[in-house]
Design a protein around this ligand. Structure first.
Ligand SMILES: Cc1cc2nc3c(=O)[nH]c(=O)nc-3n(C[C@H](O)[C@H](O)[C@H](O)COP(=O)(O)OP(=O)(O)OC[C@H]3O[C@@H](n4cnc5c(N)ncnc54)[C@H](O)[C@@H]3O)c2cc1C
Length: 317
């Protein structure tokens, strides 16, 4: 079922969902299942699986370093299919512009359709780790809006090189990213919102936000988006802080602000076990307020380990 149908069927009740990252190449999918198992009791109607960008690795060949471009966490669509099959929940593979030609994207979408996957998140992706700015892949898309257009076209039976009249064409529900504190490259929140509107106008059905730690940022963002004419569901993304290093890392990588109370609480922790507890308590407060405000879904960034998400969900759902 589509994410938007799940939201409609919930009739105003807030749903629980989460995002997973694929295991590192060569590791077992069982690790992922072990993290999903405890969360199933909260009845997630859909689970997202991220796609990682390719990166350079250096292989030692008799003293000479061989530089190879590789994807360290492959398998997004396969993981989505296996989770869907094992747990009978809908899955949402993240589809990136970066690292893929339009042709490869078409093949991935066709695979998804054959596998019964009805939702996809359309994202640009970040710059590769050695790049300063995002550079579109040759033959690929420059912005998420172009990817949304491709998926929307496929939904009409318009493939890259031909129109195929066929009753069995895909009908993907399309999610896109939104940034309550603006995307790091955007000159202003207003211009970023205009870009978000373009994605929705191109066919996006719902928005999932970047993490935020101050709910006011989300409420203001939703109000500004509605003002601009964006009417689709805007799902808040929640990340529980887990290690002390997040105090520097999260603002640096995602250009988000951290509330002083949270910074003080994390600073006062003697170890990361205590930080994880602070992160859980903060996310519980955030989640309860968002739920009371009637958000359609609370979507958690699990980053591989689900014990903290379980502790939050137990208090909120
Ligand atoms: C919910 C969520 C899930 C994510 N999942 C993943 C994942 O699985 N894998 C991964 O690698 N990354 C993921 N990301 C990160 C995402 O790829 C990065 O934030 C990326 O830098 C931007 O992606 P986007 O889809 O928002 O890009 P876009 O919507 O293309 O926007 C990128 C920037 O370009 C600007 N812009 C947009 N259109 C135009 C235009 N036509 N002309 C000029 N400027 C324009 C925007 O304002 C913005 O600053 C995720 C982010 C979120 C919020």
């Amino acid at each position: 079922m589509k994410v938007t149908e799940h939201i409609k069927n919930a009739k105003g009740e807030t749903l629980f969902s989460f995002e997973l990252i694929p295991p590192v190449k060569g590791r077992s999918i069982q690790e992922l299942y072990n993290n999903i198992d405890p969360l199933i009791e909260f009845k997630p109607p859909f689970i997202d699986v991220t796609t990682s960008r390719e990166e350079y690795i250096y292989i030692d060949r008799d003293g000479l370093l061989d530089k190879k471009l590789t994807r360290m966490r492959p398998g997004t669509v396969g993981i989505c299919a296996s989770i869907k099959h094992k747990y009978q929940v809908d899955t949402v593979p993240h589809i990136l512009c970066g690292g893929f030609t339009k042709e490869e994207t078409e093949y991935v979408l066709i695979d998804c359709h054959y596998l019964g996957i009805e939702n996809v998140m359309a994202l640009r992706g970040d710059a590769r780790s050695e790049q300063k700015y995002f550079e579109p892949t040759k033959g690929g898309h420059a912005y998420a809006v172009n990817l949304v257009e491709q998926i929307h076209n496929l939904n009409q039976g318009k493939y890259l090189h031909e129109m195929i009249e066929n009753d069995d064409h895909a009908d993907f529900c399309i999610g896109v990213a939104g940034y309550p504190e603006k995307h790091l490259e955007a000159p202003s929140l207003q211009s970023d919102l205009k870009r978000l509107k373009q994605k929705v106008d191109a066919g996006a059905d719902y928005v999932v936000t970047q993490m935020f730690f101050d709910n006011q940022k989300y409420f203001q963002f939703v109000a500004a988006a509605r003002e601009m004419g964006i009417t689709v569901p805007i799902i808040p993304g929640i990340k529980p802080m887990a290690v002390k290093r997040h105090l520097q890392l999260l603002p640096q990588v995602f250009r988000i602000d951290l509330p002083q109370d949270l910074i003080d609480a994390v600073d006062a922790c003697s170890d990361n076990k205590a930080v994880r507890q602070v992160g859980v308590e903060w996310a519980i407060q955030q989640s309860k307020e968002l739920k009371a405000a009637g958000v359609p879904v609370l979507h958690y960034y699990s980053m591989g380990k689900s014990d903290n998400i379980h502790a939050i969900a137990r208090e909120v759902f």
